[in-house]
Ligand binder design. Structure first.
Ligand SMILES: Cc1cc2nc3c(=O)[nH]c(=O)nc-3n(C[C@H](O)[C@H](O)[C@H](O)COP(=O)(O)OP(=O)(O)OC[C@H]3O[C@@H](n4cnc5c(N)ncnc54)[C@H](O)[C@@H]3O)c2cc1C
Length: 507
């Protein structure tokens, strides 16, 4: 996967790999915005906690997002009112507003250098048929009491027919902000371990025993801030949400967007955030995980090049998030059986504020403080199942699963940088030939729930279409929910095959 601009820009401190057993009151799994913010708030009351991260902190979605910290989350408010009522929509808005100000205060208080700037957020349409939808969103803002302005058409710098503007939001570098949070944790003496994936979680008395790098962490409480929860406990989060990918291209520009962060409700969607006078982050080309279409991806990049009159993007990367079918994140205890296992996910690509909301609510729960808001995010709620989209997407997942068991196996030759599915000895493998002409063969049955992964032609990865796990072509894990790599073709310690009777380079 391509590194994000934010990750390339910043010099990150390295944390050690866990190489011993640990006993701790609260274990936070996941070093993204949700995990580190939870650790940040908790560290003000206890330092009996630690954070483990499978990769490097911020290398998940958090260090790869568009950097908009705003209460304006697409057309969410009309949907929340329709599906959950005005009171829930108000609670959601109040929580996001408070999160935005909390993030601004953390940045101020700890002098975190993350290019934070107050900006206006603009939701717009340039499509006649969507003006009514934007007006409905405006009405929802008025009903909830969100201060905003309805704007008439403009041509420049981005053409639109109508828009809603909210003042005084925030733009920032999410990765630099995360590094700032990790500095705060260092100062409080909170331990962080990188390259330390949780690979198994078992109940241990009233707490848990977690396997990490061949060692054990004993913890009374666990916060699974892993985007996809590491335990499901019959909450069926996988069936109540789906992983969605978007791409971000950094385009050189000759004029800034006048301190505005824009989001279009048109199809295809577009998101813009100018991070300096001459650089614009353009978000777009959304698709379900493992369903990338190389042609549409190229068309998207060419359209940006034309729109911004430049020769090409300075950097392009992608990332994914869990979208909740009923538009509310899942935050809280996993279930009655697991009251001290907390999850936070389903931020629907608005996690800059939602991660802060989740962190505060989980801390309140851990400290046994009551809160009205947490009830609306209850992970075990059944409501997402009653959404038509839920039925449709889950049927698709089931059909994908069945289809994937009978793939077109093709011939056994492979071109450089090509990934193919082949059947060998009655099993399905993913074959990939790298630039050094080494052939990699991995079992592409996802270790999570057994779906067959698809080859991603842009990133050269194996991606699971069912729940969004991703693997390098050599089988090593990029992201869960799978907790182990794709297994190798041969068990001799090598996952590549230099020469094989039947597998060969295509002419
Ligand atoms: C393209 C894109 C643009 C976005 N732009 C915005 C935006 O402008 N504004 C906004 O508000 N939101 C945005 N979002 C959403 C936001 O980035 C996410 O909601 C948020 O970053 C999620 O944070 P997280 O901590 O839950 O997940 P992550 O940042 O993914 O962190 C989870 C971490 O858990 C680790 N992990 C997973 N499994 C294990 C394990 N077994 N053991 C140990 N560690 C593990 C992972 O390695 C990862 O680092 C965007 C999302 C996308 C996809």
């Amino acid at each position: 996967m391509n590194e994000s601009y934010w990750i390339k820009q910043n010099q990150a401190k390295q944390y050690p790999k866990l190489d011993h057993d640990e006993h701790v009151h609260t274990l936070i799994i996941g070093g993204g915005l949700c995990g580190l913010t939870t650790a940040y708030y908790l560290s003000s009351v206890t330092n009996n906690l630690l954070v483990i991260e499978a990769d490097r902190i911020g290398y998940g979605t958090s260090g790869r997002n568009s950097g908009k910290v705003t209460v304006q989350h697409g057309c969410i408010y009309q949907k929340l009112i329709k599906k959950h009522g005005l009171k829930t929509a108000q609670l959601y808005y109040e929580a996001q507003k408070e999160a935005l100000e909390s993030i601004a205060s953390i940045i101020d208080e700890h002098h975190i250098s993350c290019n934070a700037l107050r900006k206006d957020a603009v939701l717009y349409t340039n499509d006649d048929t969507r003006i009514a939808q934007l007006q409905d969103e405006y009405q929802a803002y008025l009903d909830i009491g969100i201060p905003c302005e309805f704007l008439d058409s403009q041509e420049y710098p981005i053409a639109y027919q109508a828009a809603i503007l909210i003042k005084n939001q925030l733009g920032y570098d999410p990765y630099a902000y995360l590094l700032g949070l990790s500095d705060c944790l260092d100062q409080e003496g909170i331990k962080i371990y990188e390259h330390s994936p949780a690979t198994a979680i078992e109940k241990d008395g009233s707490g848990f025993k977690v396997s990490v790098n061949g060692h054990l962490i004993y913890a009374q409480n666990i916060v699974s801030a892993t985007m996809t929860p590491l335990l499901d406990g019959f909450t069926f989060i996988y069936a109540k949400s789906y992983p969605s990918v978007s791409h971000i291209a950094m385009m050189p520009i000759s004029h800034s967007l006048s301190n505005q962060m824009l989001y279009s409700i048109d199809d295809p969607m577009a998101s813009y955030h100018d991070i300096s006078q001459d650089l614009l982050l353009c978000g777009g080309y959304e698709h379900p995980c493992a369903k990338i279409d190389h042609t549409r991806y190229d068309e998207w990049l060419i359209s940006l090049q034309k729109a911004w009159k430049c020769e090409g993007a300075k950097a392009v990367w992608d990332s994914q998030d869990l979208i909740a079918f009923d538009h509310l994140p899942f935050i809280g205890s996993l279930s009655k059986r697991y009251p001290n296992f907390f999850i936070a996910c389903g931020f629907s690509k608005w996690g800059n504020t939602n991660a802060n909301v989740a962190a505060k609510l989980i801390c309140a729960k851990l400290l046994k403080k009551d809160s009205d808001v947490i009830n609306i995010f209850e992970p075990s709620r059944k409501y997402p199942f009653f959404q038509a989209q839920c039925f449709h997407m889950n049927m698709k997942t089931a059909v994908n699963f069945i289809k994937s068991q009978f793939p077109d196996v093709g011939d056994l030759s492979c071109r450089i940088n090509e990934g193919k599915t082949v059947s060998l000895g009655g099993r399905l493998y993913g074959m990939y030939l790298d630039e050094n002409e080494e052939l990699y063969l991995v079992d592409i049955r996802c270790p999570h729930l057994g779906c067959i992964c698809n080859f991603n032609e842009v990133d050269h990865t194996w991606d699971c279409p069912c729940h969004g796990s991703r693997f390098h072509y050599d089988g090593s894990i990029i992201k869960g929910p799978a907790q182990s790599p794709l297994s190798e073709y041969e068990s001799d310690g090598h996952n590549h095959v230099d020469s094989h009777e039947t597998l060969h380079k295509a002419d």
